[in-house]
Design a protein around this ligand. Structure first.
Ligand code: KIV
Length: 283
């Protein structure tokens, strides 16, 4: 049974952890759904994990829609959240509503996520007033990492912790249905979880949240360029894939592949006719 937003509120109230992971394609989404994970984020982290960009800035709405559409088909019974890419909501409330609407109309997501607190409150309000579910995202917000001085944890001083709390309150006040905290100390995220009535998800924000998110490419060991401190690896897919591809390469070079079982035999009486015909052509 596909979970709805009220189920996540119930899980928060019962202190039942919400499981959350990114996906960018159809096959991975099928694995996530089979594993029983509660929510999927089609994150703009696909800029790095799928397209090999240096960051998330170049990602477009068209790319996000295409990947969300594939994920939706792979996980029809999982709550899917589309991530608003850079400049899809920053220019104005109107632009934000139009692009959020594209996600729902063109890829069938259940909610959208956008980065920022106080400064995007009017964007969140406008999207919610247009009838869509929003997840906020504060702390280390990759789209503004240059303003944050890089991919740095936030809320590590009293002043910064208070700014995170103000952002979290602004996101809830603007009408967001959930919030994601990225790279914030557990003391601060625990305070936010207890203060907010909406579900508070964590990526690198510790255990005292209502659920946990990981980037699937980190969790499965697919993305090897860098690994943030908060990642736990559950598989080594890059290693296994490279080993398998090297074995394939070796087999082709040595003639060990393909074997007879990998080929299509002729119908026996046709083979007799074919051999006769081929012999006549050779002589
Ligand atoms: O794009 C993404 O996957 C994200 C996470 C880093 C939270 O926004």
């Amino acid at each position: 049974m596909k979970k709805k937003i009220h189920d996540f509120f119930e899980m928060k109230n019962k202190r039942e952890p919400i499981t959350f992971i990114t996906s960018y394609d159809y096959p991975t989404a099928t694995f996530v759904e089979k594993a029983g994970i509660d929510m999927i984020l089609v994150g703009d982290s696909l800029g790095m994990c799928i397209y090999g960009y240096d960051g998330t800035m170049p990602v477009t709405m068209d790319q996000m829609i295409a990947h969300s559409d594939a994920v939706r088909r792979g996980a029809p019974n999982t709550f899917v959240i589309g991530d608003m890419p850079f400049l899809s909501y920053q220019p104005s409330d109107q632009v934000a509503v139009e692009n959020a609407g594209r996600f729902f109309k063109e890829s069938g997501v259940d909610a959208i996520k956008l980065e920022g607190g106080v400064r995007v409150a009017s964007r969140i309000r406008a999207i919610v007033e247009a009838g869509m579910l929003v997840m906020g995202h504060i702390g280390l917000t990759p789209q503004s990492s240059s303003q944050l001085g890089g991919f740095k944890a936030q809320g590590r001083t009293l002043e910064s912790a208070k700014a995170q709390i103000d952002d979290a309150l602004a996101v809830q006040e603007a009408g967001a249905a959930m919030i994601l905290l990225e790279a914030i100390p557990p003391e601060v995220s625990g305070y936010i979880r207890k203060t907010l009535s909406i579900p508070v998800l964590s990526i690198g924000a510790g255990l005292d949240c209502d659920g946990q998110l990981l980037i699937v490419s980190d969790a499965l060991g697919i993305f090897e360029a860098f690994t943030p401190k908060f990642v736990k690896r559950y598989a080594e897919i890059a290693k296994v894939s490279t080993e398998a591809l090297s074995a394939y390469c070796k087999d082709v070079k040595s003639g060990a592949f393909p074997e007879t079982k990998h080929t299509y035999g002729m119908i026996p009486e046709e083979r007799v006719k074919f051999e006769k015909w081929a012999k006549s052509k050779r002589s």
